[in-house]
Design a protein around this ligand. Structure first.
Ligand code: PAF
Length: 282
């Protein structure tokens, strides 16, 4: 497996592979790879001959006071894991190679970026949309694979490629969970002591919501489901940032649960660790 650290080297490699007629997938990551990322790399390998894994902790998507400096980094381990899954090349640029002193452009995907995580993390999705566009331009993939755990991010990236006619097919990979239901996340590494147990309230609240809906023969009011979700999170001792039931494409709020509905939840565990989770409901 090859490792490159500059956008120039990365583009030369991709262009050469494209000239040879190879189909290329990109799996964008911020490293600290877990089983969720590995499932995306495997999916990418199934979809194309060559897989690029980018490892870049993107400063532009972290707000002031967020965990940019603390974000877990394990480059050597990540390279080994990516290689085992069949990655062909790692692209891991230094921040100054992506954002030099003259950098001044940002991409903003309007309405989809405003609610949910966008409300709690102003500027976050501009950072994501900008870096993803840069990664697409640098790596020229045919396909890019993103995880459904970052459900709003996925909707934004789909809109971005559509709006800007970016010729990359976006493929989604399902959430991978620990045996007890906790959605895999690089930030799970921050959970200490009892916080690991408290964090289960997100997946438990989702499971309860699904059970309530499955057990009803009548249309289910969104507000009644959210009441249950909120009380499970509060009883566990986590601080809810949002719990919303929204349309899976438009992210618009709904009055009744439908086959298009997604329950999305974000909460702070132990006052510090912000986790998200989501699921379709029917
Ligand atoms: O989902 C992530 O890890 C990041 O937001 C991404 C897509 C790699 C952009 O930095």
């Amino acid at each position: 497996m090859k490792i490159v650290h500059t956008p120039e080297e990365m583009t030369i490699w991709s262009n050469a592979m494209r000239r040879e007629g190879k189909r290329i997938s990109l799996v964008p990551t911020m490293g600290c790879l877990h089983a969720g990322h590995l499932s995306l790399i495997k999916k990418a390998k199934d979809l194309s001959e060559l897989v690029i894994v980018s490892i870049f902790v993107n400063p532009m998507q972290f707000g002031p006071g967020e965990d940019l400096d603390a974000y877990p980094r394990q480059f050597e381990i990540d390279c080994g894991l990516a290689e085992q899954q069949g990655a062909d090349i790692i692209f891991s640029p230094a921040p100054e190679k992506m954002y030099d002193d003259t950098f001044q452009t940002s991409i903003s995907v309007g309405r989809l970026s405003r609610g949910l995580c966008g409300a709690d993390r102003p500027g976050h999705f501009e950072g994501v949309a900008t870096v993803v566009t840069k990664l697409f331009n640098i790596t020229s993939p045919h396909v890019a694979v993103f995880g459904e755990k970052d459900f709003q991010q996925l909707a934004i990236i789909r809109q971005l490629v559509k709006d800007l006619n970016i010729p990359v097919e976006i493929i989604a990979g399902p959430i991978v969970r620990e045996a007890d239901g906790l959605a895999m996340s690089s930030r799970n590494k921050y959970l200490e002591g009892n916080d690991r147990q408290i964090a289960l309230c997100l997946s438990q609240a989702i499971a309860e919501a699904r059970k309530l809906i499955a057990g009803s023969t009548e249309p289910v009011l969104v507000s009644s489901v959210l009441t249950v979700v909120k009380s499970i999170v509060a009883d566990a001792g986590a601080v809810l940032e949002y719990a919303e039931i929204i349309d899976k494409v438009t992210l618009a709020t709904e009055e009744y649960v439908s086959a298009e509905s997604v329950l999305a939840v974000a909460a702070k565990i132990g006052g510090r660790v912000r986790l998200i989770d989501n699921s379709i409901l029917i």
